[in-house]
Design a protein around this ligand. Structure first.
Ligand code: KG4
Ligand code: ZN
Length: 333
């Protein structure tokens, strides 16, 4: 097979987004995603419902991805899928589908780690990060700082000891009676507001994160204020959003700045769903200017869960001859 013509179809189904992307010779031709509204009323992702929705969505999303890319199944050279981490039922839908497709087309299969893919999403567009770089990956399930020395080599130097940053956003939003996922809503409401309230600052050693104390502090603050005024949340929604967002973002930035000082690395990348947050993006730019950082922030569509990042990672794995056989199984961790 000529290495000058590599066309890969990639499937992402780790949580509640069914996504398919086609990549040709390292260039994304299509990137389609179907979200799942079904979880909104439950205040969080319901795993069983997510698996069922993936099952219903995967063929239509695949069809649209192929049509948009103007690619036929017969032109594909490999099928890629998210192997871990994620909800096991959701991963099983994508994995089984990918295996069947690869077998029926008699082409190789590539298994991708979701967290690695969030980081390699930076290599889809310019400017691409320069190795070594620090990447702060902030999603609904993970919060970590890692040093990347090449595409496949990384070392985690800090991580959350309890909630993930996205979880902190979503739980705070729930306390404000906002629907799931509340992170993007907090971001939106905070735009026309100011930081009026302060909460307990997380105090945790090294480069690790903790959001549970902040969450409790926010909850007690709301309870106390609601006793005095039962309309407190409704009347102060936007400033509450700006304030909790500020607390989360400040904590994220503090450890990232420390990580850069400790390692001496000034190439700084941001990945994962929370990297869509405008305040975090803003802070990284402002602090980065002060500290002489070269910052790398992906386009919005590559921040939250998507299959283009799986496709990009699969492209590198293809070049590296990293394939898996049909006995491969997904894993939640
Ligand atoms: O990476 P992602 O799409 O899925 C996981 O792998 O978890 O991240 C989803 C998380 C959710 O917690 C969501 O609330 C958060 O990212 N998120 C945001 C924003 N957009 C997505 N949080 C704050 N501000 C945003 N603009
Ligand atoms: Zn993710």
């Amino acid at each position: 097979m000529s290495l000058t013509n590599i066309t890969i179809l990639a499937i992402e189904s780790s949580c509640d987004d069914t996504a398919v992307s086609i990549i040709k010779n390292g260039k994304i031709l299509s990137n389609k995603v179907a979200g799942q509204k079904v979880h909104e009323i439950y205040g969080g992702v319901v795993p069983e419902l997510a698996s069922r929705a993936h099952q219903a969505n995967i063929v239509p999303v695949l069809d649209v991805a192929l049509k948009t890319a103007n690619v036929q199944l017969s032109e594909l050279n490999a099928i890629a899928f998210t192997q871990n981490p994620g909800l096991i039922g959701s991963l099983m839908v994508g994995c089984s589908f990918a295996k069947s497709l690869a077998q029926s087309l008699n082409i190789p299969l590539i298994a991708v780690n979701h967290m690695q893919a969030h980081v390699l999403a930076h290599f889809i567009d310019e400017p691409k990060p320069i190795f070594p770089f620090l990447c702060l990956t902030v999603s609904g399930g993970h919060t970590q700082i890692a040093v990347f020395s090449n595409y496949f080599e990384s070392k985690i130097i800090g991580k959350t000891i309890d909630d993930a940053a996205g979880e902190a956003f979503d739980k705070a939003a729930k306390m404000l009676n906002l629907p799931y996922p509340g992170g993007p809503l907090i971001d939106e409401y905070a735009k026309n507001a100011h930081v009026e309230f302060q909460f307990a600052k997380p105090n945790i050693p090294n480069l690790d994160y903790s959001f549970s104390g902040l969450k409790t502090s926010f909850l007690y603050f709301l309870k106390k204020e609601m006793i005095k005024n039962e309309n407190f949340i409704i009347e102060n929604r936007d400033n509450l959003c700006a304030s909790i967002q500020n607390s989360i973002v400040k904590h994220l930035m503090k450890k990232l700045i420390l990580a850069s000082k400790q390692t001496g690395i000034k190439n700084i990348a941001l990945a994962g769903g929370v990297s869509a947050n405008s305040s975090l993006r803003n802070e990284i730019e402002i602090e980065g200017k002060k500290l002489g950082w070269k910052t790398f922030i992906p386009a919005f569509e590559y921040c939250t869960d998507n299959a283009a990042m799986i496709a990009m990672t699969a492209h590198f794995k293809f070049l590296n001859n990293e394939f898996v056989d049909l006995s491969v199984a997904p894993s939640s961790r």
